[in-house]
Write a protein that binds this ligand. Sequence first.
Ligand SMILES: Nc1ncnc2c1ncn2[C@@H]1O[C@H](COP(=O)(O)OP(=O)(O)OP(=O)(O)O)[C@@H](O)[C@H]1O
Ligand SMILES: [Mg+2]
Length: 364
Amino acid sequence: MPHIETVEIQNYRNHDYVQLNFKKGINVIWGENGSGKTAALEAVYTLSMGRSFRTRNHKETLKENSNKSSLRGVFNTSCAMREIKLNHLSTGQRRFFINGTAIKKTMDLIGKTPIVLLSPEEQIITKGSPGDRRDYFNKILSTISREYLKTLLIYQRLIKQRNFALRETRKRHINHTAITAWNEPVVIAGKKLWKLKTAIIDQIVHELQKINKKYVKEDIDLCLEFFPEGETETFKKRLERSLNSDIVKGRTTAGPHRDEYCFSFNGRLLRNFGSQGEHKLALVLIKMAEINTIKKATGKTPILMLDDFFAKLDFQRADSVLSLLNGEYQTIITTTDIVDIEKHGIDLKSENNASLHMERMCKA
Ligand SMILES: Nc1ncnc2c1ncn2[C@@H]1O[C@H](COP(=O)(O)OP(=O)(O)OP(=O)(O)O)[C@@H](O)[C@H]1O
Ligand SMILES: [Mg+2]
């Protein structure tokens, strides 16, 4: 099973220097608020995905008043050891190295050691807008299929161009030919996206059903429904039919970019009716379905990182989730209180688990 063995963090966020040694099973990073637990997850995530999950501004991660930070991770990929390093200078220069060799594009890093992360920010997957869910699923689909990513980028550009033509037509009262010229390529790319998308979404739906069944301590029913905004066979006609309203609105109202994904929890729409704990539980289970889908499609088992795991989960539900984790994936959990973990009978002294403590720096 692929896993991370070590991470070394230098001049990153609040950390001067820290080295964390992980085990294959459950790893718990525990410590006070502000001790740098999320920062440690951010470092591991950056080594795997090439960027932080908290900011797009890399400079924010550099420890205040330092001009260089470095991260180093050792990943055991079942066939080989892979050392990934990042050197980051305050001038903005960032360079990744795989086994000592500098890589040309950060893209070359992605997907080699996939990570599935659950953080409080990710809760927008269940609480946020349809667009937030589309972004989430596009990310999974792109991780699994390069073909999907390539087609998505083409499709998004086409829709931008068609929307521009719609607004120009409205402004200048010109005829529709500039718009309809985009219909054909939009239809071709859109149909391809739906085809690639449906197969993977079906798999996620299936994995979620399996997880519902595995979650034995309580009967829950978490469902994902996918509503494509258009049909493959009639997509062209649909674009033609909605032409006038598209001109009024200045945007294309049908196509994969308008698809909707809905989660329901025990028969009720999660986004509108879910309690805080239901949202949290649903998100953990969705993330597990994501891991299993990625694992089946790519053959690589992602590492699962659960930031602030116990927040909002009651004892019984936290217990049920922890029993789903055992042995399935390498998991890194953060929590403020180690007692939370001990109460659930997880033996952190066992050879497969680890407990890693962090302390908040006191001002002198
Ligand atoms: N670039 C930076 N330089 C120095 N300190 C930073 C930098 N960025 C963030 N910090 C500080 O690092 C500390 C650690 O933040 P982090 O979010 O990792 O804490 P945490 O242990 O996850 O806390 P919590 O339990 O509240 O989630 C915070 O006090 C934050 O203000
Ligand atoms: Mg945190």
